[in-house]
Ligand binder design. Structure first.
Ligand code: NAD
Ligand code: UFG
Length: 332
């Protein structure tokens, strides 16, 4: 089976490429390298000892997108490509709408032109806004608080409309919770540009003394220790969920939506303490005001993914913090 991964040199795409290659699938990557590096292609090949085909192209370019998909004729497409920084999306919303929506439409149309009906989409737990209760199930109402989240909601709606008109389509929407960590080889991992927005890459930079201290956004939330709680999932587990989704699409079930998390919430302080203990290093921190737009607590019900995708996470919080630090030490 041939799988085409858009955004395939990105953080989650690269880890999924490794899992797909290990499973014996043929893998094609497309990425404009706006948020990743070409060296990732070699890293994937080094880990798997297999060849991958890579196209450095922008999926907002319709002609290029059609050309690649017509040439490759993939059996399934996993669509990771997109801009993902919440704060940036508030500042340059049109860029986010253009990049995330136009690229998706181009990919879908190009797939249609070659009769490829199997699509997996990277959505996000951000579509749940501030949940009224926990854990979050797939039936919860969805809403968006920023343009990035709205691109995910819009694309989910587009996919439902498209599937209604085309009963042959198999579409799996995966709503990721908080992916962290890196491949155990430390050859691929999370590599954000500039100062990280997200917790784990910020912690690793503080541990490496690249940043003086972690600022913990709020210690007055109604949570176990006052700091924000999230459902962190190891990126290798998340990558494996895509392999389950590939199988699911073969069952011809139309549009399906799954949370991909561990079902367990950890606080910021628990993350820091686990990181310190496992890696035997101090992470200085101070408490500052809450970050605008943050919610107190968020974790998934993973019952549906366990039952229907037969997906179960295998890696622990210790694996997450260890691999994240190993990657940082090797690369920065
Ligand atoms: P990433 O930025 O590492 O990967 C996305 C890749 O898409 C990048 O390599 C980028 O260069 C590429 N890209 C962007 N626009 C493109 C375009 N027009 N044409 C071709 N390539 C393009 O991000 P990631 O963390 O791997 O996330 C993958 C997907 O998962 C994204 O859609 C993101 O919104 C979603 N997601 C991520 C998280 C997270 O916390 N990392 C959480 C929920 C959902
Ligand atoms: N945090 C800090 N200090 C930091 C960074 C984060 O205290 O420097 C805290 C946040 O307040 C939050 C927790 O750490 O309580 C996690 O924050 P992240 O920024 O790592 O993750 P978010 O849950 O805010 O958001 C992430 C992605 C979104 C995605 C969401 C759900 O950035 O795009 O997970 O998947 F939608």
């Amino acid at each position: 089976m041939k799988i085409l991964l858009t955004g395939g040199t990105g953080y989650i795409g690269a880890h999924t490429a490794v899992e797909a290659l290990n499973k014996g699938y043929e893998v094609v990557l497309v990425d404009n390298l706006s948020n990743s590096k070409k060296s990732v292609v070699n890293a994937i090949e080094q880990i798997t000892n297999k060849k991958v085909k890579f196209y450095q192209k922008d999926l907002c370019n319709k002609k290029d997108t059609f050309k690649i998909i017509a040439k490759e004729k993939p059996d399934q497409v996993i669509h990771f490509a997109g801009l993902k920084a919440v704060g940036e999306s508030v500042k340059i919303p049109l860029k986010y709408y253009e990049n995330n929506l136009v690229s998706t439409l181009n990919v879908l149309e190009a797939m249609q032109s070659v009769g490829c009906n199997n699509f997996i989409f990277s959505s996000s737990a951000t579509v749940y806004g501030e949940p009224k209760k926990l854990p979050i199930t797939e039936e919860f109402l969805v809403s968006a608080t920023n343009p990035y989240g709205r691109t995910k909601l819009f694309i989910e709606e587009i996919l439902r409309d498209y599937a209604k008109a085309n009963p042959n389509l198999n579409i799996c929407i995966l709503r990721y919770f908080n992916p962290v960590g890196a491949h155990p080889s430390a050859l691929i991992g999370e590599d954000p540009n500039g100062i990280p927005n997200n917790l784990m890459p910020y912690i690793t930079k503080v541990a490496m003394k690249k940043l003086p201290e972690l600022k913990i956004f709020g210690n007055d939330y109604p949570t176990k220790d006052g700091t924000g709680v999230r459902d962190y999932i190891h990126v290798v587990d998340l990558a494996r969920a895509h392999i389950c989704a590939i199988d699911k699409n073969l069952e011809n079930t139309g549009v399906t939506v799954y949370n991909v998390g561990t079902g367990v919430g950890y606080s910021v302080l628990e993350m820091v303490q686990t990181f310190e203990k496992v890696n035997n290093i101090l992470v200085p921190y101070s408490f500052v005001a809450r970050r605008a737009g943050d919610i107190p607590e968020c974790y998934a019900s993973n019952a549906k993914a366990e039952k229907e995708l037969r997906f179960k996470t295998q890696l622990s919080l210790e694996d997450m913090v260890k691999s994240a630090y190993e990657y940082e030490k090797k690369h920065n």
